[in-house]
Design a protein. Structure first.
Length: 145
């Protein structure tokens, strides 16, 4: 089976506001699907970027084996856990995987009116439900709906 980098994965430079000595050599990996960001080191980025074009685990193993002058079986023991991790995290996906919709903006914005409720803020969502903090305009009490 051949894998490629997911369309929802992007590498970004770390914003100046987050830079310090602890993250000096790190890169930001942004996962639009899970709406998460990860600090990764250059080696991790290099490994994931090997999947820019679809490749199988065996092809990657052989490629790295040649680059590092390491036996394929020995290398396989080292990189298999990480390969499984990035596959399970969906950083890499099957080469025929259709792009997944990224999360959309909340349906209601701050100050929107919904019947007798005024939206104060968006609290979160899952696949079926959006949660908002709202004020009941009839008695000015704050409620979550």
């Amino acid at each position: 089976m051949r894998y490629k980098i997911s369309d929802t994965i992007h590498f970004l430079n770390i914003p100046a506001s987050l830079q310090n000595a602890a993250v000096a050599d790190r890169i930001l990996l942004k996962d639009d699907l899970q709406d998460r960001q990860f600090f990764v080191n250059p080696t991790t980025r290099l490994f994931i970027e090997k999947f820019k074009s679809p490749k199988s685990f065996a092809e990657i193993n052989k490629e790295i084996s040649i680059e590092t002058n390491t036996g394929e079986q020995e290398l396989k023991k080292i990189i298999t856990p990480f390969f499984r991790y990035i596959k399970n995290r969906k950083f890499i996906v099957h080469e025929n995987c259709k792009p997944i919709k990224t999360k959309s903006a909340p349906l209601l914005q701050k100050d929107a009116l919904l019947d007798e409720y005024k939206i104060e803020s968006f609290l979160g969502d899952n696949d079926d439900v959006e949660i908002y903090k709202a004020i009941d305009l009839r008695n000015k009490k704050c409620r979550c709906n």
